[in-house]
Ligand binder design. Sequence first.
Ligand SMILES: NC(=O)c1ccc[n+]([C@@H]2O[C@H](COP(=O)([O-])OP(=O)(O)OC[C@H]3O[C@@H](n4cnc5c(N)ncnc54)[C@H](OP(=O)(O)O)[C@@H]3O)[C@@H](O)[C@H]2O)c1
Length: 253
Amino acid sequence: MAQLTGKVAWVTGAGSGIGEASALALASEGAAVVLTGRRTEALETVRAKIESKGGSAHVQAGDLMQSATAQRIAAWIQQTLGRLDILVNNAGLNIGQRAWGELTFEGADHVLGANLNNPFYCVIAALPLMRAQRGGVMIHTASWAGRYSSALTGPAYNAAKHGVVAMSETINMTECVHGIRSCALCPGEVATPILEKRPNPVSAEERARMVQAEDCADLIRYIACLPPHVCINEVLISPTWNRFYTAQLQQRL
Ligand SMILES: NC(=O)c1ccc[n+]([C@@H]2O[C@H](COP(=O)([O-])OP(=O)(O)OC[C@H]3O[C@@H](n4cnc5c(N)ncnc54)[C@H](OP(=O)(O)O)[C@@H]3O)[C@@H](O)[C@H]2O)c1
C-alpha cells in the first residue's frame, strides 16, 4: 500500500536528474507532488509522467535564487493543498569556470545563489507550514562536496554545500521540538544533466559506474516514509567506483 497517501511533497529542481526521479518516487507512494524549477516545459513533462501512472502533480515554476519565488510557491501550497509534509530541497547547479583564478563575481553569485540562498529561502518558506501542523521532513540535496572539498567541484560549490549541511543540522537543533526532521543528503557523483557543466567531459562508461538519479530517489523515498519519531540526520552516498578515491589511488601508483 502507498505510504504517502494524503501527504504533500514540494520537490525543487524537479525537471531533471535527482529531483525528477524523486518526484516520480514520491508520487508512486501516493504523495501529491509540487514541481519547481525554472523550465516550465521540463516540469510539465514530469507532471505528465506522474499523471500517466495515476499520480498527482502540480507545476509551480520559478527561479529559486529569488526569495519571492519560494514565498509565492509556499503560499500557493498552503492555499491550494492545505499542507506540506515533505520538502525535497534539491535544486542546484554548477558552472564551468569554477576554479580559483577563473571564478568571476557573477559566477560566485550564481553558484552561491542557486546552492545556498535557494535552499535557505525554501526552508524559511516551508517552516511555518510544517510548524503549524507540528511535523514534516526536509531532505536537502547537499553533496559529497558538502563534507569533503575537492578541486573538481570548485570553491563556491564546496562552500555552498558545506553551508547546506550546516543549515540542515541547525534545523534539527531547534525544530525537533516541533516534530520537524531535516536530512542532509550528500551524494558523490550521480549521472545527471549537471555533469554537462563539467570542465572535462564525462564519458558514458564513467556515467554508468556512478550513482543513478533513481538510487538517490529511492533513498529520498525511504527517508520520507520513515515514521515521525525517526530522523536520518545525514546520508553520504557514493558510487562504489568512487572517483574521489580512485584519483588518489592513481596518484599513489
Ligand atoms: N549529479 C551529481 O553528481 C551531484 C552530486 C552531488 C550533489 N548534487 C546536487 O543534486 C542536486 C540535483 O542536481 P542533479 O544532479 O539532479 O542535476 P540536474 O539534473 O541539473 O538538476 C538540477 C535541477 O535544479 C534546477 N535548478 C537549478 N537552478 C535553479 C534555480 N535557480 N531555481 C529553480 N530551479 C533550479 C534545474 O532546473 P532548471 O534549470 O529548469 O531551473 C534542474 O532541474 C543539485 O543540488 C546538485 O548540486 C548532484
